[in-house]
Structures are given as C-alpha cells and as structure tokens.
Design a binder for this molecule. Sequence first.
Ligand SMILES: [Zn+2]
Ligand SMILES: [Zn+2]
Length: 358
Amino acid sequence: MKAVYMADVGDGLCLSIKTIFGNFIQIDCGSLSQGKIQGAKTAAYGLKRIYNNYNISPEIFILSHFHIDHYNGLLYISSNNKWGYHPLLKIKEVFFPKIPEFKKKREFIEALFTINLFIFGNETGIMEYDFLKAISKVNKTSFRYKALSQGDKIKIKGSVFEIVWPPKQIKEEEILKKVDKALNVFYIALEKHQKLRNLYRKIKEGGVFEKLEKTEEGRHELEDWNYSEINDMENMVSYLGTKKTIPSLVRKANKSLRDIANHLCLAFFEDNRILFMGDVEGYEIKQIVRYLISRDRKYFHIFIPPHHGTHWHKDLESIYWNFVLCSNGPKLCGKMNPNFKSKLTFSTCIHGDIIISI
Ligand SMILES: [Zn+2]
Ligand SMILES: [Zn+2]
C-alpha cells in the first residue's frame, strides 16, 4: 500500500488502496446515509471521485460483506448508466467473503435466500450472484472471482493482503447460537406467511444451495450469465426505489438473518501497512487479534476499525497503529468508540474525503 483514499460517503464505505506499483484496489461502495436511494448515489459519486483522482480503474474489487450499506453504490452505477457516462471499469479480480462451513449452513442459506426473494422480489435471492452481475454490468473486461476465508491471500505485484476473517469453519457456540435464533425467527414467519412458504419450497426444489457453491470461484466472461432457470433480474435495483410493505415478522427474520453477515465479514491486513476490520463484532475481534498475534502482526500504519469505528473489544489493546480511519456519517459518527478517538483519528463525517499516503 502506498496510499489510501476513503471517500466521504456518510454511513457506509467506499475505500481504495493504491499499491506500491500504482495498482488500485477498491473496497466496497455503499452507503445508507439519507436513506437507501440517496446513500447509493452518494457512494457511487464517492467511487467517481476516487476514479477521477487516480485516473485509472480499480483492478481488484473486494466486497467486505453482503450488507447494502457496502455495495448499493455499485448497484446504482450498474443500473442504467447512473454515473452520467459508463465508467467502463477494468476490474480483473473480484473477492468476497466465503460462507464458512457450519452446522445448519444449508438451512441458513435457504432461509436467507427465501427472505431475499421475498423482500427484493425480482432478484435471484443469491447475493453473490447479484453482486457479480452488477460488476459485470459496469465492467469492460472479463474478471475472475473468488470467495475468500482466513489464510487466503490476495496478491498484486508483490503486495500481499492476507485474509484474517471469516474462518473456514465455525464451531464457536456464540455464533452458532445466533444462527439458531435467526432460524427460529424465520420458521415462525414461515408458519404465518403462505407466500414465504411457497418461496421457501421454490428455493429448496431449485437447488439454490448447490448453485451458491458454484459462485464461490470462477471466471466471468462477457457473454456469461445464463442462469436461465433463475428469474432474470434486469431491474435489480428497482427495489431501491420501491417501498414494499413487509410484514413485521418477515422483517424481523430478515434482520436476524442479515445480522449474521457482520460475523462473516472479510478482514485483512497487508504487511504492517494496513489492517482492515470490516463490520466484525466483539467475538470476531477477539479471534482476529488472536490470529494476528499468531502471525506476529501487531503494528499497522493504518487501522480501519470494526464497524465504522463503533465496535471495540479490549483485546485490541494488543494492536498498535498510527492512523485510525473511520468511514461514517452523522449517525455512526456519534457512536464512535472513545478508544478509537485520538489526534491521529480521521472520520469522513468530520474530515470529508481522507487521503493518506506513506
Ligand atoms: Zn457497515
Ligand atoms: Zn455490516
């Protein structure tokens, strides 16, 4: 890493890393500031500023996790030339978190996709697929994609980014209990709503779980995307503009299932230059710190703290940094943990776009 550019997109993230040899890695592009639609627009324009600043396309796109505040900007750009002109990005590689193996993984995936279908209607329900399709729409070239987990590495001209989270497998009761709880909420909603039951049956019969495994690694060619058996989703972002009334039980199930995504968020480091923690929470922070110490990594020039600077865990006391960079707007800025506040802390809410170079 030679420089980082954190665009001010409010409560979201649009971050880029320039490597020593001038390659450009984009991490997330989304925001929820002033609502989903405005947030998506703000994030898209954040990416545009970064693009104009470097005057080159990102070569790598890393999605930290499947939360809308982290990728709706991309959906916005991909929907009908919303940038004013097509940027014709030249992304060669795309990475996103791999869903670890755990007890009830199939039940979890099927429940999550059912809820996605219910809420987003004409989307496929498979977030990985929707996200990759959005990239293919803004991209000029074919690209390789891969789901990553702990120990995997992203390499670009000698710069090595090592993934520290999510793990390959989850055995920890803390997270498994949350999965159980989320599933219970989902099953209650299922009993109440016929439409949800029908979708659930469709997901199970359609072998969606197996399809997800196919999207874990591959190469996207320009003429691809023939998942003919799944609904096409030309208007994938139409939901950004629609306000559907979602029954409260379904909304509750959606929230609990989606909350799990923070636990499965990508976190990575590069040498002693940058540590990126994504939206991980207490338990994961502890595990990540343990992993970093085992890799003899305790010092970082730049630290991107967990969950927009709002989550702290005492084990972070063993990690040292020069600069803290927080991507947040008025909502999350107010919730920043005091442990991250110092003279060398920058927050987009206070400082606007942040550029730090070595
Ligand atoms: Zn977030
Ligand atoms: Zn999140």
